[in-house]
Design a protein around this ligand. Structure first.
Ligand SMILES: Nc1nc2c(ncn2[C@@H]2O[C@H](COP(=O)(O)OP(=O)(O)OP(=O)(O)O)[C@@H](O)[C@H]2O)c(=O)[nH]1
Ligand SMILES: [Mg+2]
Length: 325
């Protein structure tokens, strides 16, 4: 029985192994992913982002408790775009160490940038897809930061939660435009701290000014460490999920996401092919010229796009690339 079949049958170790394949861009990944894809799940994909130390993992931990009470299986992917580490070293720790560690209805994994040739955003998409195929009902993607990378990664979520703390006023100022576009729910965590109500009002004003329709972003206060306000968050997420299925927004998001995924897979594969030193003849020559600076990369790209033979070589795929690592 192969890895995908074992994963589909609920084998968590097979799932973990497949995620390692994603990180190392294993040569057989496209075929394996293709197989996993034919078992599409219907998970609610939740993105959660915010500044370092805002309490995201603590929130996810408490949310997971609520979801488990509802009998839902939860997959959690913690992403740190600045970390080369993976496999659960950093972000996942807070959750890993908690009560969920021994619960087989909860799967936790961290992703760093290591080996993610195709980009962290594609790797994340693929991991989420695997968790979906493996039958998790809720998939949470935690990323640290509120920069462009995080916003890109969050595109794959059905519902996006942006977490702030009383001291993140400056972040809100600099991120204003981007935030209202991606956040479905704003959370002011650490509301037990001074300045929480100022932060709350600032966000409230921003939401009112943005006047977003048909979904007006929700605004909630939480004290994650004390499990306060977390059930409201879980409820708001369920509301947003219903909104998505009742309006055509959910479908539009998925359509756009599917297209991005297709483009990322294809460009990722082409990139791998080019890095792979087994490229033949004309293509290998061109690659060498680009590397050495004899041909400028734009000219090289145009050359490939205009030359049916080079294009054919580039796309010729036998599924057995040499390992480029
Ligand atoms: N006072 C207070 N502390 C909190 C609250 N929520 C979390 N914390 C604490 O804040 C610290 C950071 O919490 P994490 O959950 O690791 O935060 P994070 O956003 O996941 O951090 P990174 O993943 O490193 O960006 C921990 O010491 C938590 O115990 C809260 O509501 N109030
Ligand atoms: Mg964290």
């Amino acid at each position: 029985v192969d890895l995908v079949e074992r994963m589909l049958a609920g084998d968590v170790r097979a799932l973990a192994r497949l995620i390692t394949y994603i990180e190392s861009r294993h040569p057989e990944l496209p075929q394996l992913m293709e197989k996993a894809y034919s078992h599409g799940g219907e998970a609610h994909i939740i993105g959660i982002t915010g500044p370092p130390g805002a309490g995201k993992s603590t929130l996810v931990d408490k949310m997971t408790m609520h979801f488990r009470e509802q009998g839902k299986r939860v997959g959690i992917v913690a992403i740190d775009p600045s970390s080369p580490f993976s496999g659960g070293a950093l972000l996942g720790d807070r959750i890993r160490m908690s009560q969920h560690a021994s619960d087989d209805g909860v799967f936790i994994r961290s992703l760093g940038t290591r080996g993610s040739h195709g980009g962290l955003s594609l790797a994340t998409r693929e991991v989420v897809r695997l968790l979906n195929s493996a039958g998790f009902d809720i998939i949470v993607v935690e990323t640290v930061g509120v920069g462009q990378t995080e916003l890109d990664i969050m595109e794959l979520a059905d519902s996006t939660v942006v977490v702030f703390v009383p001291e993140s006023g400056d972040t809100v100022q600099t991120m204003k435009a981007g935030l209202t576009e991606i956040a479905d729910i704003f959370v002011v965590n650490k509301s037990d701290r001074e300045g929480a109500s100022i932060m709350y009002r600032e966000l409230q004003l921003m939401i009112e000014m943005a006047n977003a329709k048909p979904w007006t972003p929700r605004l909630l206060s939480t004290v994650a460490s004390k499990n306060e306000g977390v059930s409201d968050l879980v409820e708001a997420l369920a509301e947003h999920q219903s909104f998505l299925s009742e309006s055509d927004i959910g479908q539009k998001k998925r359509r756009a996401g599917n297209l991005v995924e297709f483009i990322e897979i294809l460009t990722g594969e082409i990139g791998d092919r080019i890095r792979d030193e087994s490229a033949q003849d004309g293509l290998a020559e061109l690659i060498e010229q680009v590397k050495s600076g004899k041909t400028n990369p734009y000219l090289a790209a145009l050359t490939v796009l205009r030359d049916p033979v080079l294009l054919r070589d580039l796309f010729a795929f036998d599924g057995k690339k040499k390992d480029s690592d």
